[in-house]
Design a protein around this ligand. Structure first.
Ligand SMILES: NC(=O)c1ccc[n+]([C@@H]2O[C@H](COP(=O)([O-])OP(=O)(O)OC[C@H]3O[C@@H](n4cnc5c(N)ncnc54)[C@H](O)[C@@H]3O)[C@@H](O)[C@H]2O)c1
Ligand SMILES: [Zn+2]
Length: 683
């Protein structure tokens, strides 16, 4: 086989192994760990064979790794770095030196763990963060346990912050222990190796499974201590209701320094942890694996009240605990910061634990918040394993600080792309499965918001949400805006799905064009129920959350040109729209003190994509104006000042403008999106 063919084979095996290992959560956390292979490729400069290291690049995830996610480095040059290595105090300088070892510029950026993979003298290396392995790594007698479980086949390497020196340590340990298949990295995870990809994978799995089996066979029955009276999980419905009632306050707590998106879970592992006596002591000790605490902060905020505590008592206590948490975090920063440490990044918790209810985790977007929660579940599993066998002893606070405020970590954060304009904002759009509402939901999501698509039909709502993005971006749900209980449930689902609510669009509507004498009471009621009463119900349910969150917010009404224009044959619809328009002014006046802005949009003649027009209204309007139905859009365009047809996207643009930072000082306003209709000028 040619050198190129062999290189392709090595990369193919590495990707397949990475994907297999990464897709089982028992093996490593999301985006945690890395895998590598060494092999031969042709040097395009000389045509000669050179030895390369292929290793997962910075920020990638093993489960979904592709060849593009690999960094490719010249092995001779990477290993030569050992001779210029200036010592552990200046080990960070070696990261910049990796750039001078790259083989071409196609690959991903090399991660901090590159040294470990290059320096260890084995063709294939895995570094993983399995819960079972970290349990051994964080047990106070981890070294002795490692001997007991593995004899001399797996060796203990004491905690050291990832970097060049840790790579040298592991390489030296392997040279001194030729029988070893891998090591337990104190406080951190495992590294395993092999001569072939299959052998390496087998060794990784052996360490993970043997550690898990040992824990299962030797753990004491109640690793988290005896059951705590009153701390058991609440029954399903009660738990969900309490979670939803607390969510706005919890988001306010997590967002004191900067706004956050949230994730809620009532996973069995979390509820069980909180139901047992040792959880306060263990939670205080914090997480240990660097991957874990970078996302979870050094420790969570834990509500120290039983599950049965009332929502009011819980909120009062959470407020006290928040102040204490912030003071403690500031003290942790002050104790550990040196003159060149980056500035404090905010003192609010990223993980909040509520006994009987579950865990709320926070991040700059839904994915980050969700993964933070996943990592805390990893940490709970680690604590359970370590406490089952021995005593959980995570790395020291000063070491955690050295990672959290590491110059390299700070540089990574600085390199992150600027957040989108609506990042961290959570939107609920009613009637968003079709027409204007769908265009609004799509635009808000494109600008970085998390979006809930609410509409009558659950399948249509879900389909519209799926078109917009995955469940970290948009979810669909059924909510008839005329039904107060359904609207409350939709708001609850919103706060439980994304942590809160910031931006509400009252868009649901329908239209029956009839002159007075043909308009039935039922016609009147239906339109007033959906548009006037429905908007009131939605605004009321949403305002409770907006006020409790203390983050301000936006309510936007999609009213209509017809709210001020006395068009033909339109009594019920236009009156309902006028009602909505006045709600804008009334609520702008009432909610201003909470930083909530309330504005409206007056669209006109949006024919394309509109279910209202397709469902009979179009035909009727066309008849009223005496034009064929398919020319109605063009007819509306002709009678405008700008002679332009109005599309759903134009209305969505106006919603975005109203909610963006540029109109931060505007409330009680209606924006016409009608291409210019003199009769509908506002005055
Ligand atoms: N199309 C226009 O020219 C125009 C002009 C001015 C105002 N508007 C307003 O814009 C909004 C959207 O209209 P569109 O043209 O996109 O119509 P559309 O029919 O395409 O969308 C309206 C959506 O609202 C939903 N809906 C109806 N009743 C509901 C209820 N009780 N609960 C929840 N959802 C409900 C429908 O299922 C539908 O998906 C309406 O309020 C409408 O009055 C439209
Ligand atoms: Zn690691």
């Amino acid at each position: 086989m040619s050198t190129e063919g062999r290189a392709k084979g090595v990369v193919g095996e590495l990707i397949a192994r990475s994907n297999r290992l990464g897709s089982d959560p028992r093996n490593t956390n999301y985006a945690g760990g890395n895998a590598s292979a060494k092999g031969t490729a042709a040097d395009p400069v000389t045509g000669e064979d050179v030895e390369l290291l292929w290793v997962k690049g910075s920020g990638g995830d093993l489960a979904t790794l592709t060849p593009a996610g690999l960094a490719a480095l010249r092995l001779d040059r990477l290993r030569a770095l050992a001779s210029v290595y200036p010592g552990v105090d200046r080990e960070d300088e070696m990261v910049a030196a990796f750039d001078y070892c790259l083989h071409g510029k196609e690959g991903a950026a090399p991660s901090i763990d590159t040294a470990m993979h290059g320096l260890v003298g084995a063709a294939h290396v895995d570094h993983l963060h399995p819960d079972s392995g970290i349990a051994i790594a964080t047990a106070v007698d981890g070294e002795a346990l490692t001997k007991k479980i593995f004899g001399d086949t797996v060796v203990w390497v004491p905690w050291r912050r990832p970097g060049f020196q840790l790579g040298l340590d592991i390489a030296a340990m392997k040279d001194a222990n030729p029988q070893a298949i891998g090591c337990i990295l104190g406080g951190h995870g495992i590294t395993a190796w092999g001569d072939s990809s299959a052998e390496c994978e087998g060794n990784s799995l052996h360490i993970i499974e043997a550690a898990a089996a040992y824990i299962a066979g030797h753990s004491r029955p109640e690793p988290f201590g005896p059951v705590l009276d009153g701390y058991a999980a609440l029954p399903d419905q009660e738990r969900r209701a309490k979670a939803a009632a607390l969510a706005p306050t919890l988001r306010a707590i997590a967002s004191h320094d900067k706004p956050m998106v949230g994730h809620y879970t009532d996973a069995e592992a979390v509820l069980d942890f909180l139901a047992h006596a040792e959880h306060p002591r263990l939670a205080k000790l914090g997480t240990s694996c660097p991957d874990h605490f970078l996302r979870t902060k050094v420790k969570p905020l834990v509500l120290d009240l039983p599950a049965t505590a009332s929502v009011e008592d819980a909120i009062a206590r959470l407020t006290e605990l928040h102040s204490a948490y912030r003071a403690e975090y500031q003290a942790y920063y002050d104790r550990n910061a040196t003159r060149d440490s980056p500035a404090i990044r905010g003192a609010d918790p990223l993980i909040i634990l509520v006994p009987g209810v579950g865990m709320f985790s926070y991040g700059k977007d839904k994915q980050t918040a969700r993964v933070a929660g996943e990592f805390y579940v990893n940490a709970i599993n680690v604590m359970r394993g370590a406490e089952g066998l021995s005593t959980y002893a995570p790395i020291d606070e000063s070491e955690k600080f050295r990672i959290e405020y590491w110059a390299l970590e700070e540089a990574k954060l600085q390199r992150m792309p600027k957040p989108k304009p609506l990042a961290t904002r959570i939107a609920l759009v009613t009637g968003a499965a079709s027409g204007i509402g769908k265009a609004i939901a799509t635009r808000l999501a494109a600008e970085g918001a998390c979006v809930v698509v609410a509409d009558l039909d659950p399948d249509k709502a879900a389909a519209a949400a799926a078109e917009i993005g995955g469940t970290d971006v948009a979810v669909g749900l059924a909510a008839d805006v005329t039904d107060e209980a359904a609207v409350r449930a939709a708001v609850d689902t919103t706060v439980l799905t994304f942590g809160g609510l910031d931006l509400v669009v009252n868009n649901a509507g329908l239209s029956l064009s009839k002159p007075l004498l043909e308009t039935t009471v039922a016609d009147w009621d239906l339109q007033h129920n959906v548009m006037a009463k429905g908007s009131f119900i939605v605004s009321k349910a949403a305002a409770r959350v907006l006020i409790e969150q203390k983050l301000g917010g936006d309510i936007v009404y999609i009213s209509s040109k017809n709210s001020i224009f006395a068009g033909p044959s339109n009594i019920a619809y236009s009156a309902a729209k006028a009602d909505q328009a006045h709600q804008v002014r009334l609520l702008a006046a009432e909610l201003g003190e909470h930083g909530v802005r309330v504005n409206g949009i007056n669209p006109d003649g949006v024919v394309r994509g509109s279910g209202i027009f397709a469902g009979g209204w179009g035909a009727k309007r066309a008849a009223v104006y005496g034009v064929p139905e398919e020319e109605l859009g063009a007819h509306y365009a002709k009678r405008t000042l700008l002679k332009r047809e109005v599309l759903p996207e134009h209305v969505a643009n106006a919603v975005f403008a109203l909610c963006s930072a540029d109109l931060s000082h505007t409330t009680g306003l209606h924006i016409p999106v009608d291409a210019g209709v003199t009769a509908a000028f506002l005055r």
